[in-house]
Design a binder for this molecule. Structure first.
Ligand code: G6P
Length: 613
């Protein structure tokens, strides 16, 4: 949520910041801005509501000379998205400029105190209040710039990643984080700061991840790190493993489509080095130290948000089937605010693509305090959640830029399947032969996904029939119920068509009242133990004139006869079928959204990484 970028070095800052903001735009895109300090130590800000391209057009050929600057792309929390509320914000006397990702919860109290001292505010944001506070401390208390930032941060509650510029301090950037991510890129006599590595990767692979409560000060081209409680920290440089191509569209029209098509590769990558079906072995190196905990877990609690929560629901079925461990799946946002009963013998699996979701992070901290073991299933290496957990398994899906999650979801499910099989075998819940047969099946998935992708034209034709629908219903049973939820989420996220996912049997307890000839109903009706029941549910919809799109196993005639439209997927055992059935639903949502003229990579109001609660 919100993207921050900053630069200090010998190059012109403005073009680097604009390019960096474009890379970060998936994090928020309702307004954007940059502030540049020139060699005379004047700071000029350029801000515009809308996309980074609107900002760029607005800047046009204005003079943006300067080697030091900060930039921001916004996802509004306080104040509507307009030019005035766009970042960067200035202090009372225009001495400081600041960009911020997060929420300052006590901003109103501070604002009132500063107003009483004569401060006037130009925006409705919490960020401007923080800028005024830092500037006030800087001017009143005669402390250094970084000390003023530190003292101010000790007065605020909430979450933040900030970068601040000061007119009085040549060649200086001060940054801090608590609850929102921030990475420092260390180049050759130049520095970058960004919400994630994507704007940095093309300039340097050396990065420093700031921890919560840490501040970075780059002064005279030297980086130092301290905590907001004034404790000095070592600068630990990590090398990024990501390649630039991974964050570019590679010939696809949209990131989302590219990521959908990457799934044969990303699913295979999530098994690489772990699954050896030829010898019936599975290794989960990152979990080894906690093997005992997982095998002896009294209960597994899976937490996540959005799509990651849907992957968690499939994880529940997988752990029940293969490991016979009781599982509960919780929305992190609910879990963190209850007083859940957690035992030290519980294992919490936290699922997060970004590894930065504020609610998931807070839920982890709470469960940790209660003594549970926390394992992460994250995509972004080095992310806050990956670092907050005791151990984990990365999904290795590669950077996911499209706001609607696709390849991260299938990689999460694949990793959960591996964890469940690994645990089940070690517990003795499945035999060596069962393990091997399941691994063979799991390894067969990538080419089957490829086969489904080849049917894209057929799915696009179906999309064309339904792009004007106002509502959609997605129904499935067992392992396909979470797929129904995920299919509905994909559609509503990017096409703005109202869609609901439901367990097919529950339809009779409500959604059936909605069915008429206007209502498309997507049935996930692949061959499984409940197939006949799903067929009955299809009949119930048909007799009420609902229009049926059915996902069926190749060669199925029974479901195909009832349905109006059919999408076939290859046969695979029930537990792994979500890895196949989710693919056509992603493509269906994508094509419906495109036909409706929607911006699929940046759907309105959404953000890829939700770093505020
Ligand atoms: C946002 C994203 C979703 C994602 C959810 C959880 O809502 O738009 O795609 O599923 O956050 O994010 P996480 O990074 O924790 O998986």
């Amino acid at each position: 949520m919100c993207g921050i970028v900053a630069y200090m070095g010998d190059r012109q800052a403005a073009p680097l910041l604009i390019k960096g903001l474009k890379r970060l735009e998936y994090r928020g895109y309702d307004s954007a801005g940059i502030a540049i300090m020139n060699d005379e130590q004047q700071i000029t800000a350029y801000k515009k509501a809308g996309k980074v391209a609107d900002l760029e057009a607005n800047i046009g050929d204005q003079d943006t000379q300067g080697h030091l600057g900060i930039g921001h792309t916004r996802w509004a929390t306080h104040g509507e998205p307009n030019d005035r509320n766009a970042h960067p914000h200035f202090g009372h006397n225009g001495l400081l400029a600041l960009v911020h990702n997060g929420i300052i919860e006590n901003y109103q109290t501070i604002k009132t105190q500063l107003q009483n001292k004569g401060h006037q505010f130009l925006s409705d944001t919490d960020t401007e209040v923080l800028t005024h506070l830092i500037e006030y401390i800087y001017t009143e208390q005669q402390v250094s710039f970084e000390e003023a930032v530190r003292l101010a941060l000790n007065e605020v509650h909430g979450a933040y990643a900030i970068v601040v510029l000061s007119k009085k301090d040549k060649d200086t950037l001060v940054a801090a984080r608590k609850g929102s991510p921030l990475v420092v890129g260390v180049g050759n006599n130049e520095f970058f700061l960004a919400s994630d590595a994507s704007p940095i990767i093309e300039h340097t692979k050396s990065v420093v991840y700031l921890n919560d409560g840490e501040m970075a000060c780059i002064r005279d081209r030297k980086l130092s790190i301290q905590t907001i409680h004034n404790e000095k920290k070592d600068v630990k440089i990590h090398q990024l493993e990501m390649e630039l191509e991974a964050i570019e569209k590679g010939g696809f029209e949209h990131f989302m489509l590219k990521e959908i098509w990457e799934q044969p590769r990303s699913i295979a990558d999530s098994m690489r080095g772990r699954v050896r079906s030829d010898i019936g072995k599975i290794q989960m190196g990152g979990l080894l130290e906690y093997q005992f905990k997982l095998v002896n877990a009294r209960r597994i609690l899976i937490i996540g948000c959005g799509t990651s929560w849907h992957a968690g629901l499939i994880g529940e079925y997988l752990f029940e089937e293969f490991a016979r461990t009781p599982v509960e799946v919780e929305y992190a946002s609910e879990f963190r605010y209850r007083d859940p009963v957690i035992y030290p013998e519980d294992v919490v699996i936290a699922i997060s693509q970004s590894g930065e979701t504020a609610d998931t992070l807070a839920a982890i901290e709470m469960a940790k305090e209660k003594g549970a073991t926390i394992l992460g299933v994250c995509n972004v290496i080095g992310s806050s959640i990956a670092r907050a957990t005791h151990a984990g398994a990365y999904t290795h899906a590669g950077p996911e830029i499209g706001v609607a999650s696709t390849k991260a979801f299938t990689a999460q499910v694949t990793v959960l399947a591996q964890m469940a099989l690994w645990t089940g075998y070690r517990k003795g819940a499945i035999s060596r032969t069962q393990l091997q047969n399941n691994l063979v099946e799991l390894e067969s998935i990538p080419p089957l996904v490829e086969k489904i992708l080849q049917t894209e034209a057929h799915i696009r034709d179906i999309a064309a029939k339904f792009c004007d629908a106002r509502n959609f219903l997605y129904l499935g049973r067992g392992y396909q119920f979470p797929v129904a939820l995920e299919g509905a989420l994909k559609l509503k996220e990017i096409s703005y068509i109202h869609a609901e996912g439901y367990p097919a049997a529950e339809m009779k307890h409500g959604p059936i009242a909605l069915i008429d000839e206007e209502m498309p109903v997507v049935f996930i009706a692949t061959q499984n133990a409940q197939y006949e029941k799903v067929i009955s549910n299809m009949q119930e919809v048909k007799s009420r004139k609902g229009v049926i799109i059915a996902l069926v196993t190749e060669g199925d005639v029974q479901a195909a006869e009832i349905a109006n439209y059919v999408i076939e997927v290859p046969p695979v055992q029930e537990a792994f079928a979500p890895l196949l059935t989710s693919i056509p639903l992603q493509l269906l949502a994508y094509h419906i959204a495109i036909l409706r003229g929607c911006n699929v990579d940046q759907p309105r109001n959404l953000a890829k990484s939700v770093t505020v609660e």
